[in-house]
Design a protein around this ligand. Sequence first.
Ligand code: GP9
Ligand code: MN
Length: 733
Amino acid sequence: MYEDFFVKKTTFNLVEFLQSRLGFVLTLVSIYWLKTLWAYLIDFNLDTKGFYQNFIAFINPVPVALLLIGAALYIKHTKAFYITSSLIYFVLFVWLFSNSIYYREFTDYISISTMMASSSVSAGLGEAAIKLFRWTDIIYFLDFFILIFLAIRRKLKFDTKAFNKRASFAVTALSVMLFSANLFLAEIDRPELLSRGFSNTYIVRALGLPAFLGYNANQTYSAHRDRSEATAKDLEPVQAYIDQHYAAPNPEFFGLAKGRNVIYLHLESLQQFIIDYKLKVGDKEYEVTPFLNSLYHSKSTFSFPNFFHQVKAGKTSDAETLLETSLFGLNQGSFMVQYGSSNTQQAAPYILSQNGGYTSAVFHGNSASFWNRNNTYKSWGYNYFFDQSYFSPATEENSFQYGLNDKIMFADSIQYLERLQQPFYTKFITVSNHYPYTTSLIGDEIGFPLAETKDETINGYFATANYLDASIKSFFDYLKATGIYENSIIILYGDHYGISNSRNPDLAPLLGKDSETWTDYDNAMLQRVPYMIVVPGTDKGGIIETYGGAVDGLPTLEHLLGVDSKQYLQVGQDLLSPEHSQIVATRTSGSFITPKYTSYGGKLYYTENGQEITNPDETTQKEVEALEAAANAQLAASDAIQTGDLIRFKKNDLPPLDISQFSYIQSLEAEIAIEEKLGEKSTSIYSRNGKKSTIDLFNSPSYQALYGNKPENDTTGSSVSDSTTTTTPSKKE
Ligand code: GP9
Ligand code: MN
């Protein structure tokens, strides 16, 4: 076809080849490839790091495009071949272009559920979409112009010779092979990519847009199937379970923190053994988390040394689900990824907005789509989500693969925190103490020594935990300096283990144990994570030995705030209630921990001393069976709610939540607009401080080393003065 066009510039053979059917298919594939790369570069933020990830992103448009467009080669009829192949190409293109437009508004890819919830899609692709066009979009249409030009000049020529069947099959086989290779490379880069999901960005950058759609369709289909089979009747046994297991509040603590701001500090990968731990290096001892230790022993803190994480493959996202909804994550994959956008949920932010008028926000230095947070948080009722795009640009020095260093995240959060209406419900998700525990952290913590085991992961863990501790302290200093402290309740929790069971034998000597005799009991005990509730001003706190897990967090908080958990579908129990049953289910069925027995890894132990019970007598057997049944019943009730989307049938005082009211872009502008509308009635820290910023009150030495006294960054530029001409940061589009 492109005869004249190419003839002078290239060899005769190439022209002939391009005029063949195969040449036509490969031309379409190449154009699609180029356009996709353009979208990757210009429109999407794939967050790729390093050559390997870039290479995978570079090749991933090819296999699926070749498979789909190449399928037309099986068609004999000339016209039908050209129409079909062009049509397939066109559909792929439309999908690519729609995603590019959608991304500009939502910083996410179009999923099946967004398409089904037509209101939000039309928000992105309807009339407003016109505004999202840019002049550079011409690039996306260049080939059509060329095609029209060639058609007008009558330069298009069709190959009437059908492609041979075997050769067509070879093209299909080749594309399948290429796709497998692509998948293989992607799995090496990120093991368990498909089973855990992580984020839409991860799937797109590894496998491309069409594969993401397929992946998403499959997930949506299975979720939809379970959901459509569920009826209001399924709620009855679940409700019976919840009524039966309701732990009534302890009147001594009910409402103790009523009306206060709630501040959650998500301590990434922090395990309880770190509390009070001193790392011995040479003949010196180093206290790893001096600040957290001081909180742990304070009379204003309710400290729970026997608190266990209950996550599975969803890791951080499972911990968030547990804490925010008092329901478990899934047995496979991540609840937030698979159901976070679609299920009806009654999470803490929404419950508290209706009981006490709380405004809610999350602060986290990673990109918003990780663990599908950007969507799930809307279903949970979060008013704001300040992700990495709101903070200092990530550099080699101030961040790593999972986001900004904690201290920067805290410091950069202040400009948004101080504009929130009080009382607020906020969550700060730290990340620096995350595998691989690299100690290239900035500032005053560099000096913390590495442990000296043969496992580098373990060696770095103490130093990053120490950095986390120092970051938390800076934030507490800020809270105290502004006076927010006295009016808040601060909850700190470790989300899950940081050192995995396979590494634990190497950790053993540091815990005064022997690697050789390390058991599953020891593994089980290491699943303890910190859980501390700081209620400034009270002396009712202390170290409370009650056994519990992350699922118990929400009812405990609700009761402290004077909200009865009874009316909600939550399977956890208030840890301060004398009725708490002290049976900790792990997400692996059959494993549980109680003050008396620990069942873990298929073995049974006495919790007190770790002695294995190999031949339980009849009474023990019965007792253990009852405990196992109780743990399984809790998981089953939760799973029924999660996979059946049963909260949609629940009648309580919460009206259905309209998620279209939430947008996580231009959030500072939104906060300021509310402040201005409320005028004298505004309760934000900024308003209460005589319209003066409190950013200067955040004063960590390492932060100062990097930025001086205040964040002076243009992209997040905010005013520290009391002038009204605050420059407002806008989220990357
Ligand atoms: C990423 C962070 C880590 O945003 O929260 O998640 P994890 O890998 O711990 O599940
Ligand atoms: Mn985590």
